[in-house]
Design a protein around this ligand. Structure first.
Ligand SMILES: Cc1cc2nc3c(=O)[nH]c(=O)nc-3n(C[C@H](O)[C@H](O)[C@H](O)COP(=O)(O)OP(=O)(O)OC[C@H]3O[C@@H](n4cnc5c(N)ncnc54)[C@H](O)[C@@H]3O)c2cc1C
Length: 378
């Protein structure tokens, strides 16, 4: 067992870091203020291979594992959690299609998504069903060789920019078994979006309500079997929790680095504030929380790469890493004092960005539910 990245993994991390620092770093503060998402950056991530890391090479990906994927997402998030989320969310339809899609769907959709020429989205949540996703009400009714979808989705990350959206809709009775997954293409007739939500953080990642009004898709756009949609969604979210954990680790590293750099140079009472135990211990706790979270994320990714069960570990990694990010970013603001509370320094943005990580892809209460149910089963 190695705790260090292999030379190939390190090369991927270094290349990701140089690219993101140069191409995205200078835009982060202004784009956060202006709530601006730049879709044109996604193909640039694609040229680096970063939009399809775990997708097989035959479908246009890098053919690597979640260990590499998590390292890449962590590195992007150190600079921009919003683009880490953009890449990770666009990965959800790819992971779904790679595992459950037909050969035709893979051939048609995966190369464009894995290369970043197309952007993918994932539509499960609705105004009335968030944590209780199995109660969703969007319907898909079959008429011959077509399905017609009707309903309203909520919180769809970069929805209006997406070229391919995996939509969960009800084809059968109540509950999880009545849900199926469909490919809906961006721009489909009857598909519309509300205004971007005015969010506290992650402001360069647009989030929209989505309406489906008699949206027609071909019968071939059903992913997997009728009634398999909830299983597909939960499998995607299991993997997604590793990337949310990795995003949170990247965010924690950035905040801890910013706090340490400031504390080494800021002087009060004639010495650097890092030399006051009250500040130095806060910085030590940031390092402990960040490293612990990184290890849990790496373990969950490793288990997935070995083909071993990883649901519980992914939930632990997501929960621990996002709770750590909230604590670390909040303490980073504290270390910078009044300056930390202004937009002149990046830590206030990091603190706002961290909060949403405890909510998306299953709130941290739901992660604890997943973990406690596993433990209860013995
Ligand atoms: C920025 C952002 C981006 C998102 N992107 C997407 C996306 O791309 N696609 C998508 O489908 N969804 C997306 N979501 C939705 C996200 O997954 C949901 O917000 C989340 O699952 C919680 O659902 P909810 O907001 O309806 O909260 P609710 O489910 O109403 O929960 C409210 C509170 O009750 C708690 N709670 C609920 N049930 C339980 C329980 N059984 N035990 C203990 N506590 C409980 C929750 O933890 C929470 O604290 C996004 C959300 C945000 C904010």
């Amino acid at each position: 067992m190695s705790f260090l990245p292999s030379p190939d993994q390190q090369a991927l991390v270094d290349a990701t870091r140089s690219f993101v620092q140069a191409e995205v770093g200078p835009l982060v503060a202004d784009d956060d203020r202006d709530e601006r998402f730049r879709k044109e950056l996604i193909p640039r991530f694609g040229e680096m291979g970063l939009t399809g890391v775990p997708i097989p090479e035959k479908w246009g990906g890098l053919g690597l594992g979640y260990s590499e994927y998590a390292l890449v997402i962590e590195e992007i998030a150190r600079v921009s959690p919003a683009y880490a989320i953009a890449v990770a969310v666009s990965g959800l339809p790819q992971v779904i299609l790679a595992r459950y899609g037909s050969d035709g769907q893979k051939r048609r959709l995966l190369p464009e998504l894995a290369s970043g020429r197309h952007l993918g989205a994932f539509a499960l949540s609705e105004p009335g069903s968030g944590s209780d996703a199995a109660s969703l009400r969007t319907t898909a009714v079959r008429y011959g060789d077509r399905y017609v979808l009707n309903g309203g989705k909520m919180w769809i990350t970069h929805g209006p920019y997406a070229d391919v959206i995996i939509v969960m809709a009800r084809t059968g009775g109540n509950g999880a078994r009545g849900i199926s997954a469909f490919v809906v293409e961006g721009g489909a007739k009857g598909l519309s979006f509300g205004r971007a939500e005015d969010k506290m953080g992650l402001r360069s990642s647009p989030t929209h309500a989505m309406t489906l009004e008699d949206v027609e898709v071909a019968a071939d756009d059903l992913v997997g079997r009728e009634g398999q949609g909830f299983t597909i969604a939960m499998a995607a979210l299991d993997s997604g929790r590793i990337t949310i954990g990795a995003t949170a680790v990247g965010l924690s590293r950035a905040a801890a680095d910013a706090a340490a750099a400031y504390a080494r140079t800021r002087e009060q009472f004639g010495k650097a504030i890092i030399d006051f135990q009250g500040v130095g211990f806060m910085i030590a706790d940031m390092a402990i929380a960040t490293e612990s979270a990184a290890l849990l994320v790496r373990k969950a990714a490793w288990l997935k790469d070995q083909g071993l069960p990883f649901t519980q570990e992914a939930a632990m990694a997501k929960c621990a890493a996002t709770d750590a990010a909230m604590r670390v970013t909040t303490d980073a603001v504290q270390v910078l004092g009044g300056y930390g509370y202004t937009r002149e320094y990046p830590v206030e943005r990091m603190m706002r960005d961290a909060k949403v990580m405890q909510i998306v892809e299953g709130t941290n209460q739901i992660q604890r539910l997943v973990i406690s149910r596993h433990i209860a089963r013995g």
